[in-house]
Ligand binder design. Structure first.
Ligand code: ADP
Length: 311
């Protein structure tokens, strides 16, 4: 089973020809709503990969919260551990998209920011009985730490996506087995450049040493993935380096690729796959997610990911 601790974000997307000036009211050219947040996206991706999946997080007692519960239930995600905050509403994101595809985003975390270590401890049963726990950095760090600590002590494999990019609390390191940064996050954490292929082993080793990791998985967008797998070796030296190229697909929207990748990785590891094999399936799932618009809605099912791998 997979457990995801993470955020719920309702995105209300406006399109416009340009950004409004201070004090200006500007007519937009389009509007769309999406249900997302890294936690939700990863949980749905894991469930579609065939894992029994539960999500832990906080939403409001509002309409957006209801929408999330419905969406998650449609994909078979266990929502029994979701806490509904009595005052704060469900988290929202307000992106403004310009004609060239660039965007400016306001995020209001609302209920997401209210989750406490105690809320997480109340979900100890599901956190400690899963095979894999996946955590990102959109929630207060005390909550993330509490979940990783509980799971790690119970022998659950823990995955951390260090996103959104920013400083990471070093106290999380002791409880993480597998770190999954993208290029930007890996560069921010090490000060080294992921564009330079020859640096990738060094970057992964640096992170693996600092975090005492079992595995470091650096996602490289369309270029695929670099993996340092230290399971089966002593964590001081060695480990297997695996470079997996990206799949060539008809990409239309890369938003949420990392979440589709991580959710699939968690599901595959939970089913007992070795890290390299789990990453291969996740690499296919991440690629397929870019062929569909949206984030949560774009994760593929296991059969589609397997078919791309076998093609
Ligand atoms: P994030 O979405 O966090 O920035 P990446 O862009 O690295 O993460 O994407 C995560 C994974 O999704 C990649 O490692 C790859 O497997 C897949 N992926 C992303 N973009 C593409 C693409 N354009 N073509 C093929 N696969 C992609």
């Amino acid at each position: 089973d997979v457990c995801v601790l993470g955020s719920f974000m309702k995105d209300l997307v406006a399109s416009a020809e340009r950004r409004p000036l201070p004090g200006e009211t500007l007519h937009g050219t389009g509007f769309a709503e999406f249900l997302g947040g890294k936690g939700v996206n990863q949980a749905i991706a894991a469930a579609r990969m065939g894992a029994r999946t539960a999500i832990v997080g906080t939403i409001g007692e509002d309409r957006y919260g209801e929408e999330f519960l419905e969406l998650l239930k449609t994909d078979g995600v266990d929502t029994d551990w979701v806490v509904r905050h009595p005052e704060l509403g469900t988290g929202v994101g307000l992106p403004l998209v310009l004609p060239d595809g660039s965007n400016s985003i306001i995020i209001v975390s609302r209920a997401n920011s209210a989750i406490t270590a105690t809320d997480v401890e109340d979900a100890a049963e599901v956190l400690t009985s899963s095979a894999v726990l996946s955590v990102q950095l959109e929630l207060p760090v005390e909550a993330s730490r509490a979940a990783l600590r509980l799971a790690s002590a119970a022998g659950v494999t823990t995955i951390l996506t260090p996103a959104p990019v920013g400083p990471v609390d070093p106290s999380l390191g002791a409880y993480v087995d597998i770190l999954v940064p993208n290029e930007v996050e890996a560069a921010a954490l090490t000060g080294l450049d992921c564009d330079d292929e020859s640096q990738l082993p060094k970057i992964a080793r640096k992170l693996a040493d600092e975090w005492d990791l079992r595995g470091c998985v650096i996602t490289l967008g369309g270029r695929g993935v670099f993996v340092l797998d230290r399971s089966g070796t002593s964590n001081s030296n060695g480990g297997e380096e695996i470079r997996i190229p990206g799949h060539t697909v008809a990409t239309v929207d890369t938003v949420g690729a990392g979440d589709a990748f991580c959710g699939s990785l968690a599901a595959s590891l939970a089913s007992g796959a070795a890290l390299a094999d789990a990453v291969r399936l996740a690499n296919a799932a991440g690629a397929l997610s870019t062929t569909v618009n949206g984030a949560a809605a774009s994760a593929p099912d296991r059969a589609a990911a397997q078919a791309l791998l076998d093609a």
